[in-house]
Design a protein around this ligand. Structure first.
Ligand SMILES: *[C@@H]1O[C@H](CO)[C@@H](O)[C@H](O)[C@H]1NC(C)=O
Length: 285
């Protein structure tokens, strides 16, 4: 009973340390909120180029809000995107009267289930960013680190169903441009042109708040985890080895009983020193 409670406590402490998953519904860029969830779907972008005597088709598959789903078994394992990919690039070669052949397939963004994109506003200045970038590293191919950079542009006249444009795939970087209403900041005054929003926030290259927090929240989480571990291991030790029960299960109970008195002693001591100094200082005058 007790140990299962302790384990529960430990589990919840560990969950606290895991960073929140990338949330398309509450994406944050330079202090502004965006809802990218209308774009959450798998999209395929195809281009064909003639490469006599064959035809070469390049396909980019992507979902801005989650890693791609595993491909069906009908696709040979060797032709599938690596697991954990958010953006996949595959090249198929077509030759007259022959079966199409997949000649390249790899992740341009995301290479494990832990990978998540970051959102950055690259333009300087303190206005509501009219555009921002979605960036995620992918596989390493021939010593070149691949990555994807989707430039999101706020466009209220477009539709969220519109597809992104492939700008280029150069030096391992796939650049896309996506002009959609979902790329407009939330609550920045609906019909104001971009750039007239609230001017309270600065921060031109701030990673998204998916992991939020910062130094103090990390410190706090660490403190919680360490305290919980101390408590849990202490209770387990007392229970299993010392065979204590009841309140005696609390680790170092005697010390903690004294702790308030120690604190008040310490505070009194410090207060005595500080006020003593003051008095001394004034008495000279
Ligand atoms: C590219 O070529 C293949 C083979 O001819 C064809 O099946 C496919 O529909 C073409 N895709 C585009 C986008 O033109």
């Amino acid at each position: 009973m007790r140990s299962s409670f302790a384990l529960g406590l430990l589990a919840s402490a560990l969950t606290l340390t895991a960073t929140a998953a990338f949330d398309c519904k509450k994406a944050q860029v330079a202090g502004h909120m965006y809802d990218l969830s209308p774009l959450a779907r798998e999209i395929a972008l195809d281009t064909n180029t003639t490469t006599p005597p064959t035809l070469t088709g390049t396909r980019y598959t992507l979902n801005p809000c989650a890693a791609l789903k595993a491909e069906p078994d009908s696709v040979p394992a060797i032709d599938r995107c690596p697991e954990g990919a958010w953006v996949c690039r595959s090249v198929t070669n077509y030759k007259k009267d022959e079966k199409p052949r997949v000649t390249e397939v790899n992740a341009v963004a995301g290479k494990s289930s832990k990978d998540e994109p970051t959102l950055e506003a690259k333009a300087s200045g303190s206005e509501t960013p009219a555009e921002f970038h979605w960036i995620l590293k992918g596989a390493e191919v021939e010593k070149v680190a691949w990555s994807t950079d989707i430039k999101f542009v706020c466009n209220k006249n477009a539709k969220d169903q519109d597809l992104p444009k492939v700008v280029e795939f150069k030096d391992g970087v796939l650049s896309l441009e996506w002009s959609v209403p979902a790329a407009c900041a939330l609550g920045s005054g609906d019909d104001k042109p971009p750039g007239n929003g609230d001017k309270d926030k600065d921060g031109s290259k701030e990673p998204i708040g998916s992991s939020g927090g910062g130094f103090f929240s990390t410190l706090f989480t660490l403190f919680v985890v360490v305290s919980t571990l101390y408590l849990v291991l202490g209770v387990m030790y007392n229970y299993l080895i010392v065979r204590a029960s009841g309140l005696d299960l609390i680790p170092n109970r005697a010390f903690w009983r004294e702790f308030p008195y120690l604190c008040s002693d310490f505070a009194q001591h410090v207060w005595g020193m500080v006020s003593g100094h003051r008095r001394g200082g004034y008495s000279v005058v």
